[in-house]
Ligand binder design. Structure first.
Ligand code: PMP
Length: 383
């Protein structure tokens, strides 16, 4: 018998839209993977490590050089202090998230998630026997709804999942929002699982982590991903940074989920994290140029898009084309008729109750973005 959680989970919308895009020969601005930004230094470091390094199980917690590089990078860019032994390497942020959910939640615990919410959280939270409780953020500002959040806390609440910078809306949680979360965590004895995979892809404002708030530092598991920082989403190298009290149980989950991550890729990511400031500045600049190009192009066509503060994503209100439209139906028409794939935002809401927005990924080659805008212009976005 299949288990109740996963027999009810359908194929993800990202997979569905990518398959449709392939079938239709469409421009795929759906799935959030970057094109043409992989740093050659990183690839060379991986080749060297494959030729000269070990091919056997590396230490369970990760290569010492990478654990140190993660700690050093967080100090350099975010001013966060963590010892290398407060860092554990995982097979992508997805594994890190699963380890945290499996290690920190007990059956019956409630976990606050903020909608629109990344799709991998809820199924694993449920499989761990805990219950995701959604608190909705709404357009156009996607501010944390302080009162609704307070009202969602019950005696069973155990954890918050905080994704900042936030996929899909490109928002950064500001100091006031983080301060509010920290107060709630102290008042209600909560932990936070912080998904910060877009920590280096910030165009406006500064990314701040709950891990940097001294009073709650020992309640925070901070997660990152080399996939985003180095535009190598297929590599699946991630990490968790946490106080030893939290990291201990998370490591015990990790030892039975994947145990380790390919050593050559770990060595290369260590070299990447130690690269000079110029690499990180150039990455941001390249993505910001693409963000501006796609955002302006979509606005000219009649979508309503605000420039994202961070991430890979432009979230567009399509009401000018389809005033009481359904985002999923609109995305299906757009891929079939216009030849451009995007993701309906309802994929990030449990009850599909905000249907007016779709997500485009701008981390693509300039030529891909140009072709996509041209195809949308030719389509004339039917009324
Ligand atoms: N969290 C968020 C918010 C993401 O957008 C992604 C990637 N799309 C992940 C986690 C997964 O990261 P990884 O590929 O390192 O598992």
């Amino acid at each position: 018998m299949a288990n109740a959680t996963f027999s009810q989970v359908s194929t993800s919308i990202f997979e569905i839209m990518s398959t449709l895009a392939r079938e239709k020969g469409a421009e795929n601005l759906g799935q959030g993977f970057p094109e043409g930004l992989e740093p050659p230094e990183l690839i060379e470091a991986a080749v060297k490590a494959l030729r000269e390094g070990s091919h056997q199980y590396p230490p369970m917690m990760g290569l010492p050089a990478l654990r140190k590089a993660v700690a050093d990078n967080a100090r350099r860019f975010l001013g966060l202090e963590a010892a290398p032994d407060e860092v554990m390497i995982t097979s992508g942020a997805t594994e890190a998230l699963s380890d945290c959910f499996l290690a920190l939640l007990n059956p019956g615990d409630e976990v606050i998630v903020f909608e629109p919410v990344y799709d991998s959280y809820a199924p694993i939270i449920r499989r761990g026997g805990a219950v995701p409780v959604a608190v909705k953020l709404t357009p156009p500002d996607w501010r944390l709804p302080f009162e609704r959040l307070k009202a969602a806390i019950t005696p069973r609440t155990r954890a918050l999942v905080v994704n900042t910078p936030m996929n899909p809306v490109g928002k950064i949680f500001d100091t006031e929002e983080l301060g509010f979360l920290a107060e709630l965590m102290l008042k209600h004895d909560l932990v936070a699982i912080c998904d910060e995979v877009y920590e280096h892809l910030v165009f406006e404002g500064a990314h701040k982590s709950l891990f940097g708030i001294a009073e709650i530092r020992d309640r925070v598991a901070r997660i990152g991903s080399a996939g985003k920082t180095f535009s190598v989403t297929g590599w699946k190298v991630g990490y968790v940074m946490a106080d030893p009290k939290l990291l201990g149980p998370i490591a015990r989950a990790h030892q039975f989920v994947t145990f380790t991550t390919p050593p050559a890729l770990q060595a290369a990511v260590a070299a990447g994290l130690n690269m000079p400031q110029a690499y990180f500045d150039a990455l941001k600049q390249a993505l910001q140029t693409r963000r501006d190009f796609l955002t302006n192009g979509l606005n000219t066509l009649g979508f309503k898009v605000r420039p994202a503060q961070a991430t890979y994503f432009a979230v567009a209100d399509f009401s000018a084309f389809d005033s009481d439209g359904d985002d999923l139906a609109f995305c299906k028409r757009m891929v079939e008729e216009a030849g451009v794939a995007a993701i309906p935002l309802t994929a990030f809401y449990e009850n599909r109750d905000l249907r007016s927005h779709i997500r485009f990924c701008f981390a693509k080659q300039q030529t891909t973005l140009e072709r996509a805008l041209q195809k949308l212009a030719n389509w004339g976005a039917p009324q």
